[in-house]
Design a protein around this ligand. Structure first.
Ligand SMILES: Cc1cc2nc3c(=O)[nH]c(=O)nc-3n(C[C@H](O)[C@H](O)[C@H](O)COP(=O)(O)OP(=O)(O)OC[C@H]3O[C@@H](n4cnc5c(N)ncnc54)[C@H](O)[C@@H]3O)c2cc1C
Length: 583
């Protein structure tokens, strides 16, 4: 991870590892290797050990797993800090005063600017401040944009986050109000400010939103709100005078949705790097079945909940069978819809929260783990020491255990016709997360509604909508379902589309898709890439980056993206070794 390759890469087999080492070691110049802490025994009985090392650029941490003959099974290396540009934490924290040194703090300063004035001035002049164009422009201020902003701020790299919404956290506030993080608190901390000890295990939607807003303020992040990126030209390869900077057009003002930005104030920014932190849920996939529908229909992203009885008495049909579909069915049922029916066209996976906590999380992200000295940052590192090929074997074993724990749950769902899918190779929720970024539901209440028939279910190819017919939905099976509310919980398409719309089709084509690692499974075609496509590392288009993922991934990988950007800011040699093509 970055230390040798200036990318995030995995190599397998002696030949590939040898080649990678030969190509990268001269520039990385690794030295001063030392055992860091005591070796331990891993879950498969192998000897594990952390190592500290230095490269030409900075300080790294490595992890090695040895077999019983003392031969390495895996070696993971990660850059943690740059030599000349450490994170401004601990002893290096900011003074909070305009002077550089405590010894000068007692000197009065005529005309001194107040803190809030200095903060405002630190924004780029194009966005109302006094600073030059930022080195890094981050599009989006969800957890991905903010985590990266925090890292860059503490590295002293000029950056700005632009956010089309009026408030940080609005991307969460705009989701259905019943939403609750299905991952537990131990997994969800943001960098530098962990949740308080009393924070609930599962964070409700508005608490996530407010925490993000608080975070942006507590970390003094430069976030330009009500600012939509509407166009971006990459650094020109032809005109040398232009070669270093993007030209980014933003529209400013309270526009609501980006599609209504016409007539707003415009500004142009010239950052060197552009990071797309625009989320995986910007592009709703909305089916368009033939026929006319008299009732109300919407994509799940536009579903604002059934609170206040706004859908009471309605006959609702929800298309889809992953998280949003389940959450929305449950919400409609709980808020008094007359009937709720889920349409499950392709098989999905339901996992109990017990399985996630006990089997998925407990070893690394739990109070138990903390008592064993594993905090979330160490847990992140441990997780990323395993290459996907080895992880897949562990995912299969984990899925088997989950299936055993969830046997009754699964049987009750199958009894009502729910089609279960544990992945073509039995890698369950784990495989689905990394290959398709979803495709499962962690049960927080809807499964029992399905199993008891309180929420109806139609599944299989017959559950596809053949046509809409006034006050009903006609299914491929021939069934006519009376309906006056239709919700498409049919997911989202990739961040790649955002590049197509904001930059160009050619650039989007050059970059290729985002996410998935080439597992050669139906939703993640090969070739095998070893790491996620285009995430958190240089892409095929110079100075274009992607930042995203769940809260844990945003936390861990923001450090690596920030180090890659900071090294470039300092003009360090950053030869990228990237033998895989992320397409
Ligand atoms: C219903 C639902 C439930 C989820 N539950 C969980 C969960 O339990 N745990 C978990 O870890 N993850 C969950 N996720 C997944 C993921 O963590 C979230 O989608 C999260 O919001 C992703 O964070 P992000 O920063 O990558 O993107 P977002 O939060 O989507 O942030 C992107 C930001 O970019 C801004 N933006 C977009 N276009 C522009 C533009 N042109 N100009 C300026 N700004 C722009 C948006 O306004 C937005 O604020 C869930 C997702 C969904 C949809």
């Amino acid at each position: 991870m970055v230390a040798f390759t200036w990318s995030i890469e995995t190599f397998e087999g002696k030949e590939n590892i040898g080649k990678a080492f030969a190509k990268t070691a001269p520039a990385a110049a690794p030295h001063s290797w030392a055992v860091d802490g005591s070796p331990g025994i891993g879950s498969d009985g192998e000897t594990e050990c952390w190592l500290a090392f230095q490269t030409a650029a900075g300080r790294g941490k490595a992890h090695v797993r040895l077999d019983s003959n003392g031969k390495a099974i895996t070696l993971a290396t990660s850059l943690r800090e740059l030599e000349g540009r450490p994170f401004a934490t601990g002893r290096r924290r900011a003074l909070g005063h305009p002077c550089e040194n405590v010894s000068e703090i007692s000197q009065p300063r005529p005309g001194r600017r107040y803190w809030h004035e200095r903060r405002a001035a630190s924004m780029p002049s194009a966005l109302g401040g006094e600073a030059e164009d930022p080195y890094v422009l981050i599009i989006g201020s969800g957890q991905a944009g903010l985590s990266l902003g925090a890292r860059l701020k503490l590295l002293g790299v000029p950056y700005v986050c632009v956010e089309k919404h009026p408030r940080v956290g609005d991307s969460w506030r705009a989701r259905y109000p019943g939403l609750l993080l299905h991952d537990p608190v131990w997994y969800d901390h943001l960098p530098y400010i962990p949740f308080p000890e009393s924070w609930p295990v599962f964070t409700p939607r508005d608490k996530v939103a407010d925490w993000l807003e608080f975070y942006s303020k507590a970390m003094d992040l430069n976030v330009a709100l009500n600012t939509s990126v509407v166009g971006a030209l990459p650094p020109s390869e032809i005109d040398e005078s232009d070669a270093q900077a993007w030209t980014v057009l933003v529209k400013r003002g309270n526009a609501g949705e980006a599609s209504t930005v016409a007539g707003l104030e415009e500004a142009v920014l010239r950052p060197t790097h552009v990071v797309f932190a625009t989320g995986m849920s910007g592009y709703p996939r909305v089916p368009e079945p033939p026929g006319a529908f008299d009732g109300e229909r919407m994509h799940s992203s536009a579903y604002r909940g059934a609170g206040g009885g706004c859908f009471a008495g309605r006959r609702a049909v929800v298309v889809g069978s992953n998280t949003s579909a389940h959450d929305i069915c449950q919400d409609l049922w709980e808020q008094g819809a007359a009937s709720v029916t889920m349409l499950q066209r392709s098989a999905g996976l339901v996992v109990s929260e017990e399985s996630i906590l006990e089997i998925g999380m407990k070893a690394l992200y739990s109070e138990d783990a903390r008592e064993r000295g594993i905090d979330h940052e160490l847990a992140d590192l441990i997780t990323t020491t395993l290459p996907f090929k080895i992880q897949e074997e562990r995912w299969k074993a984990g899925t088997e255990r989950m299936r055993a724990l969830d046997a009754d749950l699964h049987a009750s769902l199958q009894d009502v016709g729910y089609k279960l899918d544990f992945g073509v190779d039995g890698t369950g929720v784990y495989g689905k997360s990394f290959r398709q970024g979803g495709g499962f539901y962690i049960d927080v209440g809807c499964a029992s509604l399905l199993a008891t028939g309180k929420v109806g279910l139609r599944s299989g190819s017959g559950a596809s909508i053949a046509r809409l017919d006034g006050d009903a939905v006609l299914l491929e099976s021939g069934e006519r379902l009376a309906a006056d509310l239709l919700v498409y919980a049919t997911g989202y398409s990739s961040m790649h589309n955002f590049v197509r719309d904001v930059v160009s089709g050619d650039v989007a084509e050059a970059v290729g898709p985002v996410w998935g690692y080439g597992s050669a499974t139906p939703k993640d075609p090969g070739p095998f890439l070893g790491e996620l496509r285009n995430m958190w590392k240089p892409t095929a288009v110079r100075n274009l980056w992607f930042m995203g993922g769940n809260l844990s991934q945003a936390r861990h990988y923001s450090r690596l993206v920030a180090l890659q950007l900071a090294a470039r800011y300092d003009g360090l040699d950053t030869p990228v070794y990237k033998p895989h093509v992320d397409s």
